[in-house]
Write a protein that binds this ligand. Structure first.
Ligand SMILES: NC(=O)c1ccc[n+]([C@@H]2O[C@H](COP(=O)([O-])OP(=O)(O)OC[C@H]3O[C@@H](n4cnc5c(N)ncnc54)[C@H](OP(=O)(O)O)[C@@H]3O)[C@@H](O)[C@H]2O)c1
Length: 245
């Protein structure tokens, strides 16, 4: 797919992967609108080249309004990238409040965006939805109970939609990054193997969009590792990841 002139809405673009991808898409000739809650950070990312439309995706009304503004400013939405996300490591105690916050942003927030985008794209009989999940959704990881559960759910949700929306001319891409250097990972104290920069992530996702890959996984080392991890039997997985005392 040639990105020149494509009208793209990147949600979750005030920092990190979303911001880097928005810049990359601009460089490749797309017309880009960016959304997130922090209006100042968003403005800085947008500069003179993008349209900034602040919005909290946990609020369905705000998402509806923002989608309307973006569609009006760009003249329609060809591609929507859903990158907004929340991560907090689960401590020793199971934290229900934190679990709910992951659900609200990563899952209900994504659903709010989909609820606006799908009818619009169905009307156009064309469109592309790019959901940013994570390799953390591939297997259960201690500390990632809430985050991983929502990322696994996103993978499943996006896969189901890819089938359902095909007859409407709407394509659905699932992005599963490994570790990326962003605000989200800046406080992590555990090792983050094969970590890449947000700019590298932005380029990998833009390449995947151009190729129209159903699943975009990077870096390749993490992709390979997680593919192998899915073959490990459940008991062996638990044994391997149990901390030694
Ligand atoms: N970094 C990694 O290692 C990594 C790995 C795999 C997957 N991912 C996924 O990649 C995506 C982007 O994360 P990132 O690493 O780029 O982190 P980030 O820099 O913290 O970016 C997260 C973005 O989501 C926005 N956001 C959060 N809550 C929101 C809400 N309620 N409404 C609207 N926007 C909201 C944030 O903006 P505001 O705070 O301004 O709202 C920010 O723009 C996430 O879905 C994350 O799960 C990240």
């Amino acid at each position: 797919m040639d990105l020149t002139g494509r009208r793209v809405w990147v949600v979750g673009a005030s920092s990190g992967i979303g911001a880097a991808l928005a810049r990359e898409l601009c460089l490749r000739g797309a017309q880009v609108a960016v959304s997130a809650r922090r209006a100042d950070a968003l403005k800085e990312v947008a500069g003179e080249w993008m349209t900034a439309v602040p919005c909290d995706i946990t609020d369905a009304d705000e998402v509806r309004q923002a989608a309307g503004v973006v569609a009006a400013e760009l003249g329609g939405i060809d591609i929507a990238v859903l990158s907004a996300g929340y991560w907090k490591q689960m401590g020793d105690e199971f934290d229900v409040e934190s679990f709910d916050q992951h659900l609200a942003v990563n899952l209900s927030g994504m659903a709010n965006c989909l609820g606006e985008l799908i009818p619009r794209m169905k009307k156009q009989r064309a469109g592309m939805i790019v959901g940013i999940s994570s390799v953390a959704g591939y297997r259960g990881l201690p500390g990632s109970e809430a985050y991983g559960a929502t990322k696994a759910a996103q993978i499943n949700l996006l896969e189901a939609l890819r089938v359902r929306l095909r007859p409407d001319g709407i394509d659905v891409l699932t992005v599963c990054p490994g570790f990326v250097e962003t605000e989200m990972t800046s406080d992590n104290t555990f090792p983050m193997p094969f970590i890449v920069s947000a700019e590298q992530a932005g380029r990998a996702i833009a390449d995947g969009i151009e190729r129209q890959s159903a699943r975009i996984v990077f870096p390749w080392q993490m992709s390979l590792l997680m593919r192998i991890s899915r073959l490990v039997p459940d008991r062996l997985w638990a044994l391997a990841l149990t901390p030694r005392s």
